[in-house]
Design a protein around this ligand. Sequence first.
Ligand SMILES: [Zn+2]
Ligand SMILES: [Zn+2]
Length: 171
Amino acid sequence: MSWWEKIALVVGMVVFMECFAWAAHKYVMHGWGWGWHRSHHEPHEGWFEKNDLYAIVFAIVPIVMFVVGLWWEPLWWMALGITVYGGIYAFVHDLLVHQRGGFRWVPKRGYFKRLLQAHRLHHAVEGKDGTVSHGFLFARSPAALKAQLRGRIDPRRAAPATPVAQTAPDR
Ligand SMILES: [Zn+2]
Ligand SMILES: [Zn+2]
């Protein structure tokens, strides 16, 4: 394999994994998989969350791919792409946003600030439903997400709206 084919596979897998992570987060973790993900949306004691089981399960795939990739090289480079994504994800989500392990860096501007704000807005909604911003490396602007949040608030949970001044009916 040429070097550009290897790079294309790694970069392609990083992009693919962001799409996969978005879909898994939106439809599985906030769907039938909420049982594990809930721990990530609730305050808790200690270092680990039940949600970390997802990382372990998802890690099995590239491990198998690395092994099979010893016989079929493209698979090895795809596994590397997944691993690179896992590393970026762990940095952005676990360290930067959730400051696990005592990591403290609050970016003041740019791409990382946008990611930080976007994922904080994901956690702005309590519970499984009505959350926004399910991606990790691609995020809409905080302003767009806030507008999306306002539009999604469940009217049953929202404070009663102030009555709109009514005009007198025509006679
Ligand atoms: Zn979530
Ligand atoms: Zn989070």
